[in-house]
Write a protein that binds this ligand. Sequence first.
Ligand SMILES: Cc1cc2nc3c(=O)[nH]c(=O)nc-3n(C[C@H](O)[C@H](O)[C@H](O)COP(=O)(O)OP(=O)(O)OC[C@H]3O[C@@H](n4cnc5c(N)ncnc54)[C@H](O)[C@@H]3O)c2cc1C
Length: 286
Amino acid sequence: MEYKAPSSIDEAVALLAGANGNARVLAGGTDLLVQIRARFIKPPLVVDVKNIQELRTISSTDEGIRIGAAVSGAELGEHDVVQREWPGVVEAAELIGSTQIQGRASLGGNLCNASPAADTVPALVAAGAICLIAGPDGPRRAPVEQIATGPGQTSLKNGEFVVEFQFPRKSPHSGDAYLRFIPRTEMDIAVVGAGVSLTLDEAGVCKQARVSLGAVAPTVLLVEAAANALIGSRIDDQALDKLEAAASDACNPIDDKRGTVEFRVDVAGVLAKRAALIAKERAEVN
Ligand SMILES: Cc1cc2nc3c(=O)[nH]c(=O)nc-3n(C[C@H](O)[C@H](O)[C@H](O)COP(=O)(O)OP(=O)(O)OC[C@H]3O[C@@H](n4cnc5c(N)ncnc54)[C@H](O)[C@@H]3O)c2cc1C
């Protein structure tokens, strides 16, 4: 196995494109190295992207925040602006593994590993984050929800990789939140995850919302019907009941030792409702 650590995007694209789909990007390695050591995969080339400046930087401008795809969860949690504007994304990253894992694990790796149970993905989808993707045909942008196409599968083409996540500048009276259910208190895979982002108007009426669910379908879901249940309401009991029903309705989960279909469907509604209430509380003080 060959290991390369390019320092520019162009160099990384050339290396990946030259390997005809057989190379793997390495960010924190907390998924990739486990898969290589377990002999699930045997890539002839590993391209470490951590020396590329753009993938390791967080920047905040008038337009919004950009988070490099290889920035670790620990770095994210220490960034005041990200903490203030997207607490739901930070709390999702801070649920990953342990302190040691969070020192390595990146948003790009969590997304591109394409696990339906990846914790940061529902939070990123709820936030409306957009991926900047580099590739042999030049840069392109795609919403986070369009990257995973099934368990372990992505829409990235040969030679492409995620450079950064772009977040819109947060509007006043906005809040987001992420919650997951696991059978233990930590170090476990989400049985269900729910991300909600919303904006209230001056009168406290919800004018924008995005609701996303993880671990209840082959890919993370963006549930428009659940968001529509909130929009136009004061996020009262009636709206929350509609949101709960819409979230449960959207689920198409597997049945396994960690949770039955019935349990996952039920918990998805409950978590979406609780995440919406936390997002609302955050929006009220913003
Ligand atoms: C003990 C342990 C506990 C864990 N707990 C959790 C948990 O609670 N929740 C959770 O969601 N996950 C968990 N994970 C999984 C893992 O830590 C996360 O998915 C993490 O975010 C992966 O990021 P990484 O930077 O380590 O990715 P890597 O392992 O470097 O890469 C993962 C995959 O994404 C690809 N990739 C990486 N970066 C890019 C990029 N920029 N563009 C394109 N492709 C890319 C790689 O080629 C690889 O296929 C755990 C793992 C371990 C070992």
